[in-house]
Write a protein that binds this ligand. Structure first.
Ligand code: JD8
Length: 432
């Protein structure tokens, strides 16, 4: 049982919506009740005034505090522990999760303003402020009605069966799949074959797929909260060029611009491997021609892939299985070509400014359009040599932090680059 109390100067606005359909039935069954409180009954002057002109001037009228607060205090006295909610465009935007929370309450008091809104001091007498969305209404009444309907549907017994509220749009965070009824063909448009098949398992998975695809197309923001399963993510995946990553230890510059070979570091291998695995990089090449260093790296990897470490930490093992040791960049290119069948586009990353640079957004777009794999090259030391730069198809724009200090570790740069190129944060596109 959930009781709504509505404080308003227009109780009549609620009559017809409450006198039809599900809400009428729910009241008849005694599962919800709605008490309409006429704010004018809490005025004290003979004109029953609820508004007044604003201090400081300006157009329109403001709801006086006294009648509103008298009505709220009366409700608090007569009810056990009601939740008092002011409907206002400044409130927290109402959604299905909020509706679920409110459906747990016993008594909800909905306070409706009009005109230019309520005197600021009323806000100290309410528990919550709610808005139903970013558009302008003339008062809180229709907003209150929306809250009453959305919340009532979630009160046990209001909907015929328990299932229908769980099958709703938003209950699983996705948009509804397409619905059809008779006739089988209407003005040349047929009902999808599968819905006539009687195969309920296939129908269910078709509907789920439709929901996911529709949600991606219309409301990609919802996909984030819906958390589709790995199988469902597959359904939504956009084909994208394969991305490989290489950490180049030779040829690179030292700080005096001498061409050198840098040492392999344990932490670079581990951390970049984990980043690579996280962002779906096909393989992470560590390029170093010094056999002794390669041996050391191989030993580290073997420990985590096959040795004691493989049992100790499964996810580390999974990440390190993407690591491949090579002598030279040419060998890497050949290996990528062997595996993927296409010559990789070479993308260098460099902290140095200048030259024709490809932006991160441009690279993201290229990955969607180009059939060839991409090889992202990370330099160690003081960066890749001019020779390598000349070989590259693209030079990525440098990562900039907006200060004069520019000394990211290669591990950090790798993570930032991978996120910018392959990440799926809210403003990076698709939505998954
Ligand atoms: C309460 C007065 C109108 C508000 C001038 C004309 C909710 N999602 C929503 N949009 N609008 C409201 C809402 C509007 C209201 C009142 C709720 C009381 N107005 C005023 C201030 C600016 N307009 C709402 N919930």
């Amino acid at each position: 049982m959930l009781n709504f109390t509505v404080i308003t100067i227009f109780p009549a606005m609620f009559s017809s919506p409450l006198a039809a359909g599900i809400l009428k039935k729910a009241q008849d069954k005694g599962i919800i009740s709605v008490r309409l409180v006429d704010l004018r009954d809490y005025t004290t002057d003979r004109h029953r005034t609820t508004d007044d002109s604003p201090y400081g001037g300006g157009q329109g009228m403001v709801m006086k505090p006294e009648p509103l607060i008298a009505a709220i205090e009366e409700s608090r006295k007569s009810l056990q522990s009601p939740r008092v909610i002011l409907l206002t465009p400044r409130g927290k935007v109402f959604n299905q999760a909020e509706a679920h929370k409110l459906a747990q309450e016993k008594d909800l008091v909905l306070v409706c303003g009009r005109y230019e809104g309520v005197d600021e001091r009323v806000k100290g007498f309410v528990d919550d402020e709610i808005s139903i969305g970013d558009y302008t209404l003339s008062g809180g009444e229709l907003a209150a009605m929306v809250v009453i309907e959305a919340v009532s549907r979630l009160v046990p017994g209001v909907l015929g069966n328990v299932k229908s509220s769980q099958e709703d749009s938003f209950s699983d965070g996705l948009l509804e799949y397409p619905q059809y009824t008779r006739p089988e063909e209407y003005r040349g448009v047929k009902v999808p074959e599968i819905l006539l098949s009687g195969d309920h398992e296939r129908i269910q998975s078709w509907r789920r797929e439709m929901s996911l695809k529709l949600t991606r197309a219309r409301r990609p923001d919802l996909l984030r909260t819906a958390q589709p399963s790995p199988d469902e993510r597959k359904v939504l995946e956009n084909p994208r060029a394969a991305v490989y990553l290489a950490l180049l230890h030779h040829p690179v510059y030292d700080k005096n611009r001498q061409v050198v070979t840098t040492a392999i570091t344990n932490m670079d291998i581990h951390d970049i491997a984990r980043s690579a695995r996280t962002y779906g990089v096909k393989a992470f090449y560590v390029v170093n021609p010094v056999k002794a260093l390669q041996k050391l790296a191989a030993k580290i990897i073997d420990h985590w892939e096959h040795g004691y470490g493989s049992h100790y930490n499964e996810s580390r093992k999974e990440a390190l299985s993407t690591v491949r040791l090579k002598d030279t960049l040419d060998e890497v290119i050949m290996d990528v070509e062997r595996e993927s069948g296409g010559r990789p586009k070479l993308v260098v990353t460099s902290a140095r400014a200048g030259g024709q640079r490809t932006s991160f957004a441009q690279l993201r777009e290229m990955l969607k359009k180009e059939p060839n794999p991409f090889l992202l090259l990370l330099g160690t030391g003081w960066g890749v040599t001019e020779t390598i730069l000349a070989q590259a198809d693209h030079a990525l724009e440098p990562i900039q932090g907006g200060t004069d200090y520019n000394h990211l570790s290669v591990r950090s740069a790798a993570a930032i680059i991978l996120d910018r190129v392959l990440g799926t944060a809210k403003d990076q596109g698709e939505g998954l």
